[in-house]
Design a protein around this ligand. Sequence first.
Ligand code: BTN
Length: 282
Amino acid sequence: MGLERLKFLIMNRISNSVKEYLDKNYILLDEVDSTNEFCKSEGIKSDCIVRALRQRNGRGRMGRKFFSDAGGFYVSYCFFPQKLRAETLLPLTGLCAVGVSKAIERTTELCPTIKWTNDLLLCGKKICGILAESVFCEDFTAERVIIGVGINTNQGAECFEGELEGIASSIYAICGKRVDEDALLYNLTEEMQKIYSLLGGRAEEMKPYVDFYRSHCETLGKEIKILKPSISGGRDPRELYLEAPELFPTARAVDIDDSFGLIVKYPDMKEETISFGEVSIR
Ligand code: BTN
């Protein structure tokens, strides 16, 4: 190993096991439709990390598009677990929000907040989205788990004009600091390995993650609209919300439960835990 490389690993506190894991499993592409879709292809048969410098058809949650031009950081972690049942994957999304947040913090010394369920924000603007997906076997165990992470790292502010204006931005556009993407990759890989090892384990082991999530979650304490997919009948609930917000219930976000569900309180004081979907902060 060259001296420069060694210095980089030490400076960024990178462990040897992460380095070896990346050496074996990392695939870097110039361009791809979507790194998550790439991980689902038949040719992928063992754990891998697929990163692309841009995506032609980056995918977001709820069938949305994820803006993926050059300058951002687009990566998917594909794991092949042993007999993990579907219900054990419920905390995955929340765990990932924490893991990605820690990796960004360690790389940039900036501290993003979390908007439930798993958008990361800096100065109120979205800088990262996470799309966790699984492919299941007939016995309802996961054949593969794919964690797609899109971080707006080094794009210029002009990339977020138009429909993204005021909603999304990049770390560079907000802070004027370029993100060291090699360090980010190492830190993120370390976090993802930790999260993967927690899946199917004991709830107590996830407690520090739930505590971190709670203390960084900017949704808590706010009045929100709950964008329930059941109300929008197949349409993107966010689209319908923009046309007719009164169709969706209003509540106050009061806490996060042990599986990263959002506990909300309605005006009549009834409580509900929301495990899926999206909220809009009013
Ligand atoms: C969201 O904000 O709705 C989630 C966005 C997830 C984007 C990432 S970029 C890498 C991976 N490949 C995809 O097509 N999507 C995820």
